[in-house]
Design a binder for this molecule. Structure first.
Ligand SMILES: Cc1cc2nc3c(=O)[nH]c(=O)nc-3n(C[C@H](O)[C@H](O)[C@H](O)COP(=O)(O)OP(=O)(O)OC[C@H]3O[C@@H](n4cnc5c(N)ncnc54)[C@H](O)[C@@H]3O)c2cc1C
Length: 464
């Protein structure tokens, strides 16, 4: 069968206007936000509107041996959704509805293309929310599921896998199946929902997501705490987590990153000049409570705690400034990209090992002639470093050393962005071969022809 026949078959499935064909693709559909975009051009980008469409596309791809690349919003940072030359990109942009909202059981069933922004807006009238908060609100739930996205509220609410209780999946042979359901616990066989979460589009196409929701907290405050050293900031984080204050965000920014994001967003936080001059790093703490009184008590307890740990000052921000600071923090990636960062990494280590990781990171960077600066979800031990070192080989050597150190501390190469293509080489080098072999057998069970999102994560074959 020639490409013309495949084109006709695809149009038969998704309808006229439901697909683009090479070379007439929209450029936005051809990349994610990796700092190392390739220029691979797929044969087709298809926009299914139903699970049945997705199933038929999978069957067609399998019948013709064509690679499929699932795509959400393309905000991923690891090259997880970049196309395969001659392959088919399956964009979930048209499958973006809330299918069911159950305010008694606190459950929502959504299609995978819905963005975090759209979901938040749909839930707002109910007083419920999906509490996971990866910084990029244009990201889709399907992408969040497949990267096990984390973000700023993970310190209190956990990550995607803690709030996804069921999935509808399409396998590469076209089979449609459901895992889990609208229940918050299960002890009934292997948990395939959790297996697919974080699988980076390599096991199945996710066509529906069942979410566990939480009530919105009525009272909140954003507190900014400057410290003299980065080490002071990273040492206080475990104490705040242990205090029982249960912050909903616990972020750090080194002074360079803070200056860059506040300048980029024209944000004035009112830190007095003499304090700013001595500051090397900032802690941002967001507290959320059910009552105003509890909020005041918690702010006082936090202030006591951080002052005892060497805080230079404590600023309880006005609500609008607090919101703007969190929005500015979300922009850290774009600011680093604009500054010419060559890599953004998101190593996670045990919370108490962050001081040691940050200090070693700066030594490793110096040894390799690199510059690093960053911020991160310090309450989770998840450090985001922008790495400035243009030479690809030197950077790869530096990163391998840094990842090895993080893994040696009990950490992981990626806490939330995924391995994709960008971190595949160090991931394969630093992961136990037995673990890799078992994962490959799982992949084989789901996708024996290796056609679903190939050439990333475990798949070392060179891109054709
Ligand atoms: C400014 C910025 C800030 C960010 N902050 C954070 C953060 O704080 N925390 C965090 O975790 N991430 C963050 N990210 C990364 C990104 O937003 C997340 O990885 C997000 O989960 C990606 O969603 P997406 O819809 O854009 O997925 P894509 O980039 O489209 O895809 C991501 C992966 O999921 C797969 N996939 C997508 N949809 C499906 C589906 N329906 N079925 C099967 N596989 C699928 C793709 O093949 C790919 O492997 C940030 C990104 C940016 C640009």
């Amino acid at each position: 069968m020639g490409t013309l026949d495949i084109r006709r078959e695809l149009i038969d499935i998704v309808g006229e206007g439901g697909a683009t064909f090479s070379p007439d693709h929209h450029p936005d559909d051809l990349h994610d936000e990796t700092l190392h975009p390739g220029h691979e051009v797929p044969y087709a980008v298809v926009f299914p509107s139903t699970t049945e469409h997705v199933s038929q596309i999978a069957m067609l791809a399998t019948a013709h041996g064509i690679a499929l690349t699932p795509r959400g919003s393309g905000t991923g940072l690891s090259g997880g959704a970049t196309p395969v030359p001659g392959g088919i990109v399956v964009s979930f942009a048209r499958m973006n509805q809330v299918l069911r909202l159950d305010t008694h059981d606190h459950v929502a069933v959504v299609q995978p293309g819905i963005t975090l922004q759209e979901l938040g807006e749909a839930l707002a009238p109910s007083g419920l929310r999906y509490p996971v908060y990866p910084g990029e609100l244009s990201g889709s739930l399907g992408g969040n599921v497949n990267t096990n996205a984390g973000g700023m509220r993970a310190v209190r609410h956990g990550v995607t896998r803690h709030h996804v209780i069921g999935l509808e999946l399409v396998l590469m042979d076209g089979t449609i199946l459901r895992t889990g359901g609208p229940v918050v616990k299960s002890s009934s066989g292997y948990d395939l929902t959790q297996l697919v979460i974080g699988s980076e589009g390599t096991l199945a196409l996710v066509t529906e997501v069942t979410l566990k929701l939480s009530p919105v907290m009525a009272h909140h405050a954003t507190i900014l705490v400057p410290f003299r050293t980065l080490e002071d900031v990273s040492r206080i984080a475990p104490a705040i987590v242990a205090s029982g204050l249960e912050p909903s965000m616990l972020e750090y920014l080194d002074v360079l990153t803070m200056t860059a994001i506040t300048n980029a967003t024209d944000l004035e936080l009112g830190v007095i000049a003499s304090v700013a001059q001595q500051t090397a790093a900032y802690l941002i703490v967001v507290l959320e409570t059910r009552s105003d009184q509890q909020l005041s008590d918690d702010i006082a307890a936090l202030a006591f705690l951080v002052e005892g740990a060497g805080a230079l000052d404590v600023y309880v921000l006005a609500p609008s400034a607090g919101t703007r600071l969190i929005e500015a923090r979300e922009r850290a990636f774009w600011v680093a990209k604009a500054a010419g960062a060559n890599e953004i990494i998101d190593v996670v280590v045990p919370r108490s090992s962050v001081p040691s990781f940050l200090s070693e990171a700066s030594e490793i960077a110096q040894r390799h002639g690199a510059f690093v600066s960053g911020c991160g979800h310090i309450g989770d031990g998840n450090v985001h470093l922008s790495v400035f070192l243009p030479d690809d080989e030197k950077r790869a050597a530096m990163l391998l050393e840094l990842f090895r150190f993080g893994v040696g501390l009990g950490g992981q190469i990626s806490g939330e962005h995924g391995i994709g293509r960008d971190k595949q080489a160090p991931y394969l080098e630093l992961t136990d071969p037995t673990l890799l072999a078992l994962q490959r057998r799982i992949k084989q069970a789901f996708d024996p022809a290796q056609l679903l999102n190939p050439y990333r994560l475990l798949d070392e074959r060179p891109m054709p």
